[in-house]
Design a protein around this ligand. Structure first.
Ligand SMILES: *Cc1c(COP(=O)(O)O)cnc(C)c1O
Length: 431
């Protein structure tokens, strides 16, 4: 279809067809809505079993390659990549819960997730109990009802840098045959792999460290592949009962991977937050250097935190790598290779000092994002946490003078010089 027996318009859309199979070492970008079927039976087989690729909303080779990569990094059985971290959280929760069900969640979670639970999922009939004492397994247990379908928390929480005792909380989840879902965005699988400590599911905003370059949004749901129909089937009838028209149940077809298979086959493609193959490629490229970046960022962040803790203008530093942090011992148990690079600190000068700070820094970028190769700063009380009451902000460790840093890969001497230049006048103002 490349010669002049066909018209110009036909040649325009068909001449590049059948690229052949070159062995690209980097993951090829299959930027295509759909995939050509070999023959009649191939199409029928794809629709019957879901095998192979038909349409990019239900599967794409670039996306699959990145899913395998992220599953390998998280010690997960399988992964589903979606368009954003929010899409990952909602897909995970709608995989396990429906109308009339209940979720127990940590109070110390990303504000977007909190809004999802309080507003959107509540309107769909899914109720949430929030708990503050996340270190206490009894607090989780006390909140569980017969309709509870999941426990949800972040491995390292923002803003106080609380560390989740994953083994203790997943033991509670196991006792009730429900999954513990951990948002591992801040820790990354380089520092901590929740599934190795008993979590059943993990979610990430891949927009943050996994991509690292701050160029794309993405999210991922990962699963331990250990769904047990005998033990947990009563809490997940949608996985064990036959489908419409006598179609075998998800469990009959996928066994221990029933949960993630349901997320892939039913929840993610129907709610439709499918990732662009181009974004998937960029996340995969970023994830190749995850360990190098997180190691460097964690080292930089600890040095910056120690420096800040020694400044007169600074009232407190909530970095879990500091011996003074209440969760330091838990962090030593759970985090390996660093203590993370996102933390808050509070200026004695309050709101005015915080305003001066974000407007004076030059190496740090003032922006609402984390896990970027660049160092970033944000004032939570007037941005991410502005919809909370002052009392709630207090519980969450957000004061008028609190600033959140996401430390990047720059030379740490340049980061500290930037902070020193800004905090010198602040110190004079306090004196
Ligand atoms: C950013 C973030 C999300 C949401 O991810 P998006 O990619 O922005 O949709 C969820 N959880 C945590 C902990 C985050 O930092």
């Amino acid at each position: 279809m490349t010669d002049d027996t066909t018209g110009f318009a036909t040649r325009a859309v068909h001449a590049a067809r059948n690229q052949g199979a070159a062995s690209s070492r980097a993951t090829p970008i299959y930027l295509t809505a759909g995939f050509e079927f070999d023959d009649f039976d191939h199409a029928a087989d794809h629709f019957g079993t879901g095998a192979g690729f038909g349409y990019s909303r239900t599967g794409n080779p670039t996306v699959s390659a990145v899913e395998r990569q992220l599953a390998a990094l998280e010690s997960a059985a399988d992964a589903v990549l979606v368009a954003s971290g929010q899409a990952a959280v909602v897909t995970a929760l709608l995989t396990v819960a429906g109308a009339g069900d209940h979720i127990v969640a940590s109070t110390h979670i990303y504000e977007g997730t909190r809004g999802l639970l309080l507003d959107n999922l509540a309107r769909l009939g899914i109720e949430t109990t929030f708990i503050d004492e996340i270190a206490d397994p009894a607090a989780w247990q006390a909140a569980i009802r017969p309709t509870t379908r999941a426990l949800f928390a972040e491995s390292i929480a923002n803003a106080r840098n609380d560390i989740l005792d994953i083994a203790a909380v997943s033991a509670v989840a196991d006792e009730f045959a429900i999954p513990l879902i951990v948002d591992n965005t801040l820790a990354t699988p380089f520092l901590l792999r929740p599934i190795e400590h008993g979590a059943a599911m993990v979610v990430h905003s891949a927009s943050k460290f996994l991509a690292g370059h701050g160029s794309v949004l993405g999210g991922v749901i990962l699963d331990d592949g250990r769904f047990d129909a005998d033990k947990a089937g009563h809490n997940a009838p949608h996985l064990v009962l036959p489908g419409r028209g006598g179609f075998p149940s998800v469990f009959a077809r996928h066994g221990g991977n029933a949960r993630i298979a349901y997320a892939r086959e039913s929840v993610a493609p129907r709610f439709g937050a499918s990732p662009s193959p181009l974004n998937a490629f960029l996340i995969g490229q970023g994830a190749e250097t995850l360990g190098l970046r997180v190691e460097r960022q964690s080292r930089n962040a600890l040095e910056v935190a120690r420096w800040l803790a020694a400044q007169d203008a600074v009232e407190s530093v909530d970095h879990v790598g500091l011996e003074t942090h209440p969760d330091h011992a838990l962090a030593q148990r759970y985090l390996h290779g660093g203590y993370g690079s996102i933390f808050t600190f509070t200026l004695r000068g309050g709101l005015d000092a915080a305003r001066d700070f974000v407007e004076s820094v030059e190496v740090f970028t003032h922006m609402t994002h984390i896990g970027d190769v660049r160092s970033l700063v944000l004032h939570p009380a007037t941005t991410s946490h502005s919809h909370r009451t002052p009392e709630e902000r207090d519980i969450l460790g957000v004061q008028p003078g609190t600033l959140r840093l996401s430390v990047g890969i720059e030379d740490v001497s340049d980061l500290i010089a930037d902070l020193a230049r800004v905090l010198e006048p602040a110190r004079e103002a306090v004196a």
